[in-house]
Design a protein around this ligand. Structure first.
Ligand code: FPP
Length: 245
């Protein structure tokens, strides 16, 4: 597969969907789909590092996912816990920075501690930044940004007329990161599902029929190839030079 090395997206966001259906089609319990799904994370991080994608944001667990059957939620929490125990060494080996977005404070305390440790242990790495969205809701993220800005306005630290798009951007969980250039969703669903609503204003969207457990390196590269065929206009009338952010 040939890719144009001068047109690699800096930031790719991924909605990892279809674990349950993948398992069901094979007569396996849903949780087996999540287990296999975790294995794909590493493939995608490797591929991203190889081609020069700098940031990956994975939608691992939404705020709404807490409403799933208790057994599935427990399984996902155990999977995350095991991932943090076993995989941080691999992240380090691959020079990956582990980062999170979302309401980490909603997670069991033991997992919060492991997340803090993983962040600390990978902070010095210089390769791909892997953002994991846990207990994430984009509407809630924007609401919390509004609350924080309002608090600052009340304290007189900012005037309402000085609040700009940049102010809001700087109060989101993704503050300091460029917006995703590309959003990938697996399993064919044509929905955003409350993911990065602010940040994907001008992202290219790529939806593949593949279920997440089947989303291999090759499938990821297909998404990048498709991205390279797009003409990004950012609301203008002709192709503009890609943003330098
Ligand atoms: C969507 O598939 C997937 C999820 C809700 C969880 C995604 C999580 C992982 C891939 C692994 C967790 C990550 C870590 C780091 C441990 P679905 O269950 O909604 O599938 P369906 O739509 O076919 O039912």
């Amino acid at each position: 597969m040939t890719l144009d090395p001068t047109n690699i997206p800096k930031h790719v966001a991924l909605i990892m969907d279809g674990n349950g259906r993948w398992a069901k089609e094979r007569g396996l319990p849903r949780i087996r789909g999540h287990e296999v799904g975790v294995e794909r994370l590493e493939d995608i991080m490797h591929a991203a590092g190889d081609i020069g994608v700098k940031i990956l944001t994975f939608y691992a667990f939404s705020k709404e996912n807490w409403k799933r059957p208790e057994a599935e939620v427990t399984f996902l929490m155990n999977l995350l816990s095991a991932y943090l125990d076993k995989k941080v060494a691999d992240l380090n080996k691959n020079n990956v920075v582990f980062n999170t977005i979302g309401r980490i404070e909603d997670l069991p305390e033991m997992i919060q501690k492991k997340i803090a440790k993983a962040k600390k242990e990978t902070a010095q790495n210089t390769g791909v930044i892997a953002n994991y969205a846990f207990s994430y809701s984009s509407r809630l993220e924007i609401t919390r940004a509004c609350q924080e800005i309002a608090r600052k306005a009340l304290k007189g630290e900012i005037k309402p007329e000085d609040i700009t798009e940049e102010t809001v951007q700087n109060h989101l969980d993704t503050a300091g990161m460029p917006d995703p250039d590309l959003l990938i969703r697996t399993s064919g669903e044509l929905r955003i599902s409350n993911f990065l609503l602010w940040q994907i204003s001008y992202s290219e969207l790529y939806v593949t029929e593949k279920y997440w457990p089947d989303f291999t390196r090759e499938e990821f590269l297909k998404g990048i190839q498709e991205y390279q065929k797009r003409e990004r206009r950012f609301g203008l009338t002709e192709a503009v030079e890609r943003r330098k952010s």
